[in-house]
Design a protein around this ligand. Structure first.
Ligand SMILES: C[S@@+](CC[C@H](N)C(=O)[O-])C[C@H]1O[C@@H](n2cnc3c(N)ncnc32)[C@H](O)[C@@H]1O
Length: 381
């Protein structure tokens, strides 16, 4: 289901978050449930489910759990029509707030035709039960807390033990404001799964913001804990003042996940520009100078996925990695670059071919192919 912007007055950043979640889920489910991939079970875990600050109090159409259900059921129906029989989608929702939990349970009770289980209490305290209820198949976990009050050690153990991916909402603005304050030292330690985090934090460059330092440490901990190989991120601005509110991180072990992430990011960036423009028109009462499509084009060239600045960074990074790791397989190389720079495989194909033509890289192209294959080995010239 695509979220409806009218339900998100003055919290449009949540609209963008939901657009991202649904587009990613849709693409991931189509890819994973296709016949040749052979995973007939898809588990969706909404670990911090809500409902939270919803305006559609009847159907919860502005809540992540309800949207995910519609999105994934649409994919299942489509694939079933195309002959893919026996697909199963399981929904596992967890909520700590007692009142929200009651509403969540009611939502599930009214939808007996779906395989929904609702868990009461903190996600961290329900990890074993939720894990057991997700046995087999691919598990996508959405971790969407209101701040940083999470026991990451337990969350990491859940993520590590499952075959799947996760989307983690890093609450950048709140963390930035509070992370330097001694009073939150213990809770940040739990968030980073490292009670002794402070020294490492202080050793990071002074010109980094608090949230950048914490994000850096969190990603490092996630990788050390083995929950993800790649952690691409996208920031979500508050459309009314253009400040970073949150950052969505995907945790995946697969280059394909990173590729899907960047493709979805490109679409969501377009939606974010349109949302900002609608708000500007609404607030000023003046029609905008540029048509929407023109503005989207301008923004995409300035800062979007695959914009000239990112292409330049990706080119430099690609060359550096190849010179440090001669013979690296192209797929691994694309994963490493795309994780850190918002570009897609199609951009990296073009970069690799241009560098080869310019005599900077060497690799074999298979007959009748214009771009490297995933297993093609890339060397510096
Ligand atoms: C930001 S809201 C989630 C919004 C929802 N994912 C959405 O996008 O519609 C966070 C929710 O997590 C709940 N919560 C907070 N800490 C939790 C925990 N440790 N385990 C489970 N739920 C928690 C809160 O009560 C709140 O409803």
């Amino acid at each position: 289901m695509q979220p409806q912007i009218e339900h998100y007055q003055r919290r449009e950043q949540s609209y963008i978050k939901h657009v991202f979640l649904n587009k990613y889920l849709e693409s991931a489910a189509y890819k994973l449930l296709q016949p040749r991939r052979g995973a007939p079970v898809f588990n969706f875990v909404d670990a911090f489910a809500g409902p939270w600050r919803v305006s559609d109090r009847n159907d919860f159409s502005d809540a992540s759990f309800s949207q995910a259900l519609e999105t994934l059921e649409t994919v299942r129906r489509q694939l079933t029509k195309m002959g893919r029989a026996g697909l199963r989608i399981r929904y596992r929702f967890c909520e700590r707030n007692p009142e929200s939990f009651v509403r969540l349970r009611q939502f599930a009770a009214e939808r007996q035709e779906f395989d929904i289980q609702v868990f009461q209490g903190s996600f961290e305290d329900n990890i074993d039960e939720i894990g057991a209820a997700c046995g087999g198949g691919f598990t996508f976990t959405f971790i969407d807390p209101t701040g940083w009050n999470i026991e990451s050690e337990k969350v990491f153990s859940f993520l590590r033990n499952l075959n799947g991916e996760f989307l983690f909402n890093f609450m950048a603005e709140d963390i930035n404001r509070h992370a330097g304050w001694e009073g939150v030292s213990e809770s940040i330690g739990r968030f980073l799964a490292d009670p002794a985090w402070k020294q490492e934090f202080l050793d990071l460059p002074d010109d980094w913001s608090n949230e950048r330092k914490i994000l850096h440490l969190l990603k490092k901990k996630m990788k050390e804990a083995g929950v993800a190989t790649y952690l691409p991120e996208m920031d979500i601005l508050r459309p009314r003042d253009h400040r970073v509110k949150m950052r969505l991180l995907l945790g995946t072990h697969h280059v394909l996940g990173v590729e899907v992430f960047r493709t979805v990011q490109k679409k969501v960036e377009t939606e974010a520009v349109s949302t900002r423009q609608s708000i500007a028109v609404e607030e000023s009462g003046q029609p905008f100078l540029f048509p929407n499509s023109q503005l989207i084009g301008i923004e995409a060239k300035r800062a979007g996925v695959g914009c000239p600045t990112h292409i330049e960074r990706a080119t430099e990074m690609l060359r550096r990695i190849v010179s440090q790791t001669p013979g690296i397989e192209f797929e691994k190389l694309t994963g490493m670059v795309m994780e850190l720079v918002p570009v897609r495989t199609t951009d990296l194909n073009k970069i690799a071919v241009a560098l080869r033509r310019a005599g900077r890289l060497e690799f074999d192209l298979p007959p009748r192919k214009r771009t490297p294959l995933p297993a093609t080995r890339i060397f510096p010239a």
